[in-house]
Unconditional design. Structure first.
Length: 330
C-alpha cells in the first residue's frame, strides 16, 4: 500500500500540477490518420473527465471516420493551456466559462461553442466528522481562488442556504497538494475535479455536494473566431465525431475504459471510475452565462461589460450537427 501511495503521489505531482510540453495523445495503435493535405484542428485538453470524449474519439478512430485531422494537445494545468490559446498554438480548448470570459476581456476573440460534462465535488476530509453539507459552516475548505473551482463552491453552497463568509476559504492552487491536505486532515473539506475526487473517496473522503446533481454547466468547449472562420468544415466534423462517441460511451462505457490510461487517469481510478452521462450537444443558457459573469463582477474580476453574444456561438450546435433537440445536464 505504501508503494502504491508513492506511485500515485508521483503521478499527481507530475501529472497535474507542473508545466508540460504539448503532446499529441493519439496512441500508436489508433486508426490511420486521414489523407494528408487536410487542415488540422488543434484542441487543448487537461487530464480530466471533460476531455475523455475527445481522447476516445482520437484513440478509437472517430475523428478519422469523419475525415478530420485533430491534434489533442495535452497540458498539465489551465494556465499553460490558456497561454497556448492566447499565443495561437491551439485552435480551441476544453475549458470553462471563466476562461472564455478572461480570454475575451484580454482581447482574444473566442466563442463558446458547446458545453462539456465535467464534474466538481466538495468533499469532507476522512476523519473530519462532517457527514452533511451543514457541517461545513465555519470549517476550512481548500480551493483555488478566482477560478471555476471557487465559482462552483460558492454556487453550490448558496443553493444550500450558505451566505458569504460562512466557510473559511483556504487557497491551495495546486490540485495534488489540495488532495493531500484533504486526506491528511489539514483542511476540513476541499473542492476537487475528477479524477482527484475519486482518489479522495478511495482514501475515505465523503462527497457532500457535486455539480452532477445541479444544473450548473461551467465546463465548455471554445474555439477562436479565427479557427471558426478558417476551419468551419473541420470543426463541424469534430462535433459529429463527438456526438457519436459520447452516444457510444453512454451505451457501453466499459468499451472505453482503456481510454482512461491515455487520459492519464491513475490505474487505481481507471478500474472503478464511473463515467458521467454525456448529454446531447448544447450551449450554455443565457442564465448560465449571466450567473458566471455576475459572480465575476462581484469579485471584481471583469474590466469590461460582457454579454451572452460576446461569448457564445451556437452555429455548430444549431445548424451543423443535424440534432433533433438538445439535452442539458441537471
Amino acid at each position: 500500500m505504501k508503494k502504491l501511495f508513492v506511485l500515485l503521489l508521483i503521478f499527481l505531482l507530475f501529472g497535474l500540477s507542473g508545466c508540460t510540453n504539448a503532446t499529441n495523445v493519439t496512441e500508436k495503435n489508433a486508426a490511420p490518420q486521414p489523407a494528408s493535405g487536410s487542415e488540422v484542428v488543434k484542441i487543448g485538453i487537461l487530464p480530466d473527465v471533460d476531455s475523455v470524449p475527445f481522447i476516445a474519439a482520437d484513440v478509437k478512430g472517430y475523428f478519422n471516420k469523419e475525415g478530420v485531422k485533430v491534434e489533442l494537445v495535452s497540458f498539465k494545468n489551465p494556465v499553460e493551456r490558456d497561454a497556448a490559446l492566447q499565443g495561437g498554438a491551439i485552435d480551441g480548448e476544453v475549458g470553462d466559462i471563466l476562461a472564455a470570459a478572461f480570454a475575451v476581456q484580454n482581447g482574444l476573440d473566442v466563442k463558446i461553442t458547446s458545453i462539456t460534462n465535467g464534474k466538481y465535488d466538495i468533499l469532507a476530509a476522512p476523519n473530519s466528522g462532517i457527514t452533511d453539507v451543514s457541517g461545513l459552516k465555519g470549517k476550512k475548505v481548500a480551493l483555488s481562488k478566482n477560478t471555476i473551482i471557487e465559482y462552483v463552491v460558492d454556487r453550490m453552497l448558496s443553493q444550500k442556504g450558505f451566505s458569504d463568509g460562512e466557510i473559511e476559504k483556504v487557497v491551495v492552487a495546486q490540485m495534488p497538494v489540495r488532495l493531500e491536505m484533504l486526506k491528511s486532515g489539514k483542511v476540513d473539506a476541499a473542492c476537487l475535479p475528477e479524477p482527484l475526487s475519486t482518489l479522495a473517496v478511495k482514501s475515505g473522503a465523503r462527497v457532500l455536494l457535486s455539480t452532477k446533481d445541479t444544473a450548473l454547466a461551467p465546463g465548455i468547449m471554445l474555439f477562436t473566431v479565427k479557427a471558426i472562420n478558417n476551419k468551419e468544415d473541420s470543426i463541424k466534423k469534430v462535433y459529429k465525431a463527438y456526438e457519436k462517441v459520447t452516444s457510444d460511451i453512454n451505451a457501453n462505457p466499459e468499451n472505453f475504459r482503456d481510454v482512461l490510461a491515455t487520459a492519464h487517469f491513475p490505474e487505481e481510478v481507471a478500474g472503478t471510475f464511473e463515467f458521467p452521462h454525456y448529454t446531447g450537444l448544447s450551449v450554455p443558457t443565457d442564465s448560465d452565462i449571466k450567473q458566471v459573469l455576475d459572480w465575476m463582477k462581484a469579485k471584481e474580476m471583469l474590466k469590461k461589460q460582457l454579454t451572452y453574444e460576446d461569448l457564445v456561438d451556437d452555429t455548430f450546435i444549431k445548424n451543423n450537427c443535424n440534432l433533433k433537440g438538445t439535452e442539458r445536464n441537471g
